[in-house]
Ligand binder design. Structure first.
Ligand code: PLP
Length: 332
């Protein structure tokens, strides 16, 4: 896996820390929980999209782009990190925002990530639910017809180029574990547009680790999510040159923690966000990492893991969205 063959720009602070969570492990009665702090990538309050953007923006710069176009839900963390990366590189940025969450709180369309998108100078437009990648691609093509050098980034930065960021994360994580003498039994994280899990699977497969990756879906049903992760993992493995592809049986996603839908709060998420804040002083988010941690907590309580297993939670970021869900956390 020779990642330096691919165009790349440096945007984040790496390696991100790999730390134990002793108080949360104690509160749950084991296993040994660790956290990989990809919320600390440093770009525009950080998060998992920074790793993908190093490769996507690398390609954009190589192609001479002057503007990037992408899309996401109104509180997209991907859009916010893309806006920050574009600002850093002197590119313009347009983000198409989908009104995906029904009945959001009052500040939802101005607070949190939306506020930061604007601060980074991005141009925003709001859209009713639909095929957002098709709309963003059509916008990219319209800009090209005007003679602008526009680069399209799919929602979540999830394609074989963006997923290289998580191939790289797999390499980084394994080196940290080896240096610490830490045997990783499971890796757990929130999965949405699939690039994170796909890249991790391709990278871990390329290093023959066999470490199981458990995706906690924040939107799609299990079969649909696993199929989408598998398709991108295969394409990423091929892009990076991992031989033999990804066994379908290695792709595992749980969809029991979505609740009423993408971005809609659940009691498990609220508990997970509060418990992680109060035991470890770590901020999760209501849409992704909070539901991911709710999944991890439930799996612990159900006895899914052995008591002495070492389980790493990949913190994918997102805390900027907390401010668009202020009413959830106002109780003492
Ligand atoms: C985008 C995102 C995810 C999901 O990652 P995918 O690569 O889209 O599956 C998880 N957590 C946060 C905070 C995110 O912004």
């Amino acid at each position: 896996m020779h990642l330096s063959r691919f165009p790349r720009v440096r945007l984040g602070h790496f390696p991100t820390p790999l730390e134990p969570m002793p108080a949360l492990s104690r509160a749950l009665g084991g296993p040994n929980l660790f956290i990989k702090r990809d919320d600390c990538t440093g770009l525009g309050t950080g998060g998992n999209k920074t790793r993908k953007l190093e490769f996507l923006m690398g390609e954009a710069v190589q192609q001479g782009a002057e503007i990037v176009v992408t899309q996401g839900a109104v509180q997209t963390n991907h859009g916010r990190q893309t806006a920050a990366a574009a600002a850093r590189l002197g590119l313009k940025c347009e983000i198409l925002l989908e009104r995906r969450v029904r009945e959001p709180e009052s500040g939802y369309e101005v607070q949190g990530n939306v506020l930061l998108d604007r601060l980074f100078g991005a141009t925003l437009s709001f859209h009713e639910p639909g095929d957002m990648n098709a709309r963003a691609l059509a916008r990219t093509e319209a800009l090209r017809r005007e003679g602008r050098k526009a680069y399209f980034i799919p929602g979540g930065g999830s394609n074989p180029v963006g997923a290289l960021g998580y191939v790289d994360c797999a390499v980084e994580l394994l080196k940290q574990a080896n240096d610490l003498g830490l045997r990783i039994d499971y890796l757990v994280h929130a999965t949405g547009s699939t690039g994170t899990q796909a890249g991790l699977l391709a990278g871990l497969e390329g290093m023959n680790t066999g470490i199981p990756v458990l995706g906690i879906s924040v939107r799609n049903p299990k079969a649909q999510q696993e199929q989408a992760v598998h398709a991108l993992a295969q394409a990423t493995a091929e892009h990076v040159g991992v031989k033999g592809g990804i066994d379908r049986a290695r792709v595992v996603a749980f969809s029991d923690y979505v609740g009423d839908g993408y971005g809609v709060p659940t009691p498990g998420m609220v508990e997970a966000v509060a418990l992680t804040a109060r035991s470890e002083g770590i901020l999760l988010d209501p849409v992704y990492s909070g539901k991911g941690m709710a999944g991890l907590i439930d799996l612990v309580r159900k006895g899914f893991f052995g008591r002495d297993d070492n389980v790493v939670f990949l913190h994918t970021g997102g805390a900027a969205a907390l401010f668009a869900y202020a009413n959830l956390f106002t109780r003492p």
